[in-house]
Write a protein that binds this ligand. Structure first.
Ligand code: MN
Length: 228
């Protein structure tokens, strides 16, 4: 066994439906602007330009439940997203090979410090301070692929305090699940343990301490988060 200078940090992981075993997380890839209506609300042309990515650290992922309002923002936004969990990987994957890497799926919220992200965009700086903070990726229990009815169609939605904020269908994705993983694998080898947050539909908005966010993707599951 490797001798570390201090005990190695705990392995980041997610709950899995129907078992006590957890899914070990390696990396978290996030797709930007993957629904046309959301690209438009962010002031961008939704033309099918190649997908682009940003990342969150594995330990920014947390199970559903209480999430603290993060520091250094006054504009925390919710982004409901379909999440893919990879059980294998590779480089230069075809779309068919990419699909075969998917272990399961879940529903997550890409929490975003929109004011810091907007400032970073304006200054041509990286997005991490807007996106990659502690507990910025609450994700509900993962569902093994065999139990997922479809990764092509299904309503995706989010309510804040019971009011519908985001409502669309994963068939509205500009880049499909297979295309996203295939494109990612052209830039780096994807692998078991990687998560992919596939982008959010229109309706992103601010949330505040005390808010209860509830969202889901039909057939895959739901997530509930309370901002504390
Ligand atoms: Mn997002």
């Amino acid at each position: 066994m490797t001798d570390f200078v201090f005990p190695s940090p705990p392995q980041a992981s997610l709950a899995v439906v129907g078992t006590h075993a957890r899914f070990p997380i390696r990396r978290v890839f996030c797709v930007g602007r993957n629904y046309a209506a959301h690209a438009r609300e962010m002031g961008k042309d939704p033309d099918r330009e190649p997908p682009f990515f940003f990342m969150k650290p594995a330990d920014a992922v947390c199970d559903a439940g209480m999430v603290p309002y993060p520091p250094q923002t006054s504009d925390l936004h919710h982004e409901i997203e379909l999440v893919l969990a990879l059980g294998s990987g590779g480089s230069n994957l075809s779309e068919k090979e990419a699909l075969a890497c998917i272990w399961g799926a879940g529903v997550g919220i890409d929490l975003t410090r929109r004011d810091l992200q907007a400032q970073a965009k304006k200054m041509g700086r990286p997005w991490e301070w807007g996106k990659a903070f502690d507990m910025s990726a609450p994700i509900g229990p993962l569902v093994p692929l065999a139990q997922v009815p479809s990764l092509q169609t299904g309503r995706i939605w989010l309510q804040a305090n019971g009011a519908m904020r985001q409502s669309a269908d994963i068939s509205d994705l500009i880049w499909s699940v297979a295309e996203i993983i295939s494109v990612l694998s052209q830039s780096m080898a994807v692998s078991a343990g990687d998560l992919v947050m596939t982008g959010t539909p229109a309706g992103v908005a601010a949330c505040h301490p005390g808010d209860v966010l509830r969202g889901g993707v039909d057939g895959i599951g739901e997530i509930e988060v309370k901002i504390t």
